[in-house]
Design a protein around this ligand. Sequence first.
Ligand SMILES: [Mn+2]
Length: 339
Amino acid sequence: MIIVLKPDTNEKDVKELVNKVESFGLVAHVSKGEETTVIGMVGDVTKVDPKQLEVSPVVDHVMRVSEPYKLANRAFHPEDSIIDVSGVKVGGDHLALIAGPCSVESKEQVIAIAREAKAAGANMLRGGAFKPRTSPYAFQGMGTAGLDILVAAKKETGLPIVSELMSADYIDEFNEKVDLVQIGARNMQNFDLLKEVGRRCTKPILLKRGLSATYEEWIMSAEYIMASGNPNVILCERGIRTFESYTRNTLDLQAIPVIKRLTHLPIIIDPSHAGGKWWLVEPMAKAAVAAGCDGLMIEVHNDPEHALCDGPQSLKPKKYTELLRQVKGIGEIVGKHVQ
Ligand SMILES: [Mn+2]
């Protein structure tokens, strides 16, 4: 349930309403926008009579929110959320450009790619240290040593680091070393992990869409993180499983306008894992920016033929540089700028 306040309501009146909401045993979330301020009520609202709140002269109206997600709901926060990833803003009119190898393979590799990605215009570095692989016999990632290599690359380039967390056991280490904590597609409904990152992660979360998750299931997973105490969630569409087998997955670009309508959270697109082929990355990345996404996460490798993971879908730095040149131009047309 949300309370929409009349324009120019002062702080004192807002505070009084918050106290009233709390007296019902509910949690109040205030969202102050340029034009309107809303107070979202979370908890068991079944016994709340909207009339009790509408008597206040500063209340414009009270409405029930029918969707099961509240904190992620656009109604609770009418303006776009802008999430700060160690100085790089994601959401609003900002375009986040995340690039890097699928997995961290060596210090030389990551630093070389990070330098080229930065020169191309990327503003964040990705790299997997802990890898969720379909086969237990495939390369599983370098673990902690991989994170330390990413930290070294950050020192060298200044690019904030994005890396995937697979187990709550490593949250403290990620808080210390990583700037944006990725929860992968396969863990999107690992609810215990979502609750733990909500409670304990001090960094923003990049929540990938599960392989066959509906929009509502995906947003509910964001709600888990937010309800557990971390409001800084960025969604990432990375392709869904369909009957088509020619491409690795099917990139759902409709997710961009749908997520923006239903939530206030930023959404970025990962065209690399969606298509699984390097030559699909460029057209899909351009289409995603044209459709209004808040960022792109793209796998870039300086030697894709010998990559330990996802070589066939990785771009070489030269191709990535040319792609960003075009992407930035499209971004300007749709009002998205690179910091
Ligand atoms: Mn990958």
